[in-house]
Design a protein around this ligand. Structure first.
Ligand code: TIU
Length: 221
């Protein structure tokens, strides 16, 4: 077990059964012209964490620990997207509409790909998810059970939407979840801070939180 100094108390990481989950580091959320931009957000906030996420990926890859990438992605016919989800936002900026990087949040479109600096390597799992959470309609829980994964380390965007939803889904399925605080970001600074607070409150009701430096220090000592 590796003891990581975390909030609200140390997180014990078993190297053989821990996976890194990088949530939705896609052009659609991080670059101008994507879905996040279409919703009226300042996407530059999210681009700023790319180097930290790359450093976290390097830590896992160097040790041969499993890495999972997710993408929020719908089938081209949107048959996996509930009408209630499509209907959010103005008509021109809805899921499936054409933007400068292709159709918003649609599988296979340029904007739906993970940013080049964080591109998945061969052998790393890439999960296309139709929801905000990574367990809904993906089969991921079964895949993780086959691999014997019990602990999940989280990074990615956005903290209070897809990261928090995935972490809560994981917590309910029995995974011990650690959020790397400088490897996640929100379009709203106050929502990121509130999410970290609510995850770690009440004795870690959803899980743990720690900066990347704490994880690096723990694995190197
Ligand atoms: N809008 C927003 O903050 N997030 C999303 O729509 N998806 C993810 O968080 N990936």
């Amino acid at each position: 077990m590796i003891a990581v100094q975390a909030s609200p108390y140390p997180y014990f990481l078993p190297p053989a059964s821990t996976a890194l989950v990088v949530i939705d580091m896609q052009r659609d959320f991080i670059e101008p012209g994507g879905f996040g931009d279409a919703l009226g957000n300042d996407v530059s906030r999210l681009a700023a964490i790319i180097p930290t996420v790359a450093q976290l990926l390097a830590l896992f890859r160097a040790r041969g620990w499993p890495v999972i990438h997710t993408r929020e992605a719908h089938l081209p016919d949107l048959s996996d997207c509930p009408p209630a989800k499509i209907a959010r936002g103005s008509a021109a900026t809805r899921i499936g509409q054409a933007g400068p990087m292709g159709r918003l949040l649609v599988r296979g479109e340029p904007g739906n790909q993970i940013v080049p600096d964080l591109a998945p390597l061969a052998g790393e799992m890439v999960v296309d998810k139709p929801g905000k959470g990574m367990f809904w309609a993906t089969g991921l829980h079964e895949a993780l059970q086959v691999k014997g994964i019990t602990h999940l380390v989280f990074a990615g965007v956005t903290t209070e939407v897809c990261v928090q939803t995935s972490m809560r889904e994981g917590n309910d399925r029995g995974y011990e979840c650690l959020l790397i605080t400088d490897a996640t970001e929100s379009y709203f600074a106050e929502y990121k801070a509130a999410t970290i607070s609510m995850i770690t409150a009440q004795g870690g009701i959803v899980g743990w939180a720690a900066p990347l430096a704490a994880l690096e220090q723990a694995v190197s000592s």
